[in-house]
Design a protein around this ligand. Structure first.
Ligand SMILES: Nc1nc2c(ncn2[C@@H]2O[C@H](COP(=O)(O)OP(=O)(O)O)[C@@H](O)[C@H]2O)c(=O)[nH]1
Ligand SMILES: [Mg+2]
Length: 199
């Protein structure tokens, strides 16, 4: 999930054989598209695979019916983890703002979705202009106990790690959650092994 143009369909096309329409204008994706992500593609085991769903972009006001994306959110209520894509090359919207808007819509729309593990994924790393964006994204991730994930559909950077981490998480591993701290006084959202769970 993410804003229109965040790179969602590109990610699906890089990870799977699905070929959703990709274009430099909002709302290219009009209906959810599914793809099978086989780790085979990244040098992993042929038998390890998971399904990714591409959904239309969300915009501010989506929970109230603006745009298209919200109609499809109910289709993703069966997913185990939400990948929230944040376009790091966006010169206008800061990562924190982009995340705040999308999360607000998801929470307003569905407590079921809001309770799911969500991982932030920074996209278009190849087109990053402003290093402050990278630092801001890293800070956001740190706040949530998540390792920062950076990808590029152009260079392919980060795609293999993402494919493996989702696969591992679906098998009960921590995914991108930062390891439980040794400090037992500090409650961690990932203690029970469901990891990636975000406050
Ligand atoms: N430079 C760069 N452009 C990208 C990347 N991923 C997507 N884009 C471009 O961003 C635009 C929107 O991509 P798309 O995947 O359709 O976004 P969606 O609306 O979130 O599905 C298209 O012009 C893509 O070619 C990336 O990793 N790097
Ligand atoms: Mg799309």
């Amino acid at each position: 999930m993410g804003f229109p143009n965040a790179g969602k369909s590109t990610l699906v096309s890089c990870l799977s054989a699905a070929r959703p329409k990709i274009a430099d204008y909002p709302f290219t994706t009009l209906e959810p598209q599914l793809g099978v992500v086989s780790l085979d593609r990244f040098g992993g085991d042929m038998l390890d695979s998971w399904v990714i769903a591409d959904i239309p972009g969300l915009i501010e006001g989506a929970a109230g019916g603006a745009g298209l994306g919200i109609q499809f959110l109910r289709h993703v209520e069966r997913t185990r983890v939400l990948l929230h894509l944040v376009d790091l090359s966006d010169p206008i919207t800061e990562p924190a703002e982009a995340v705040r808007i999308i999360e607000g819509e998801v929470m307003a729309f569905s407590p079921v979705l809001a309770a799911k593990p969500r991982w932030l994924v920074a996209t278009k790393l190849d087109a990053l202009q402003d290093e402050d964006r990278r630092a801001a994204f890293e800070a956001l991730c740190a706040d949530r106990g998540q390792k920062p994930v950076f990808i590029s559909g152009v260079t392919g950077e980060g795609l293999r790690d993402l494919a493996f981490a989702v696969n591992a998480m679906l098998k009960g591993g921590p995914g991108f959650a930062i390891e439980a701290s040794e400090d037992w006084d500090t409650p961690r959202p990932d203690r029970d092994g469901t990891a990636g769970e975000i406050r």
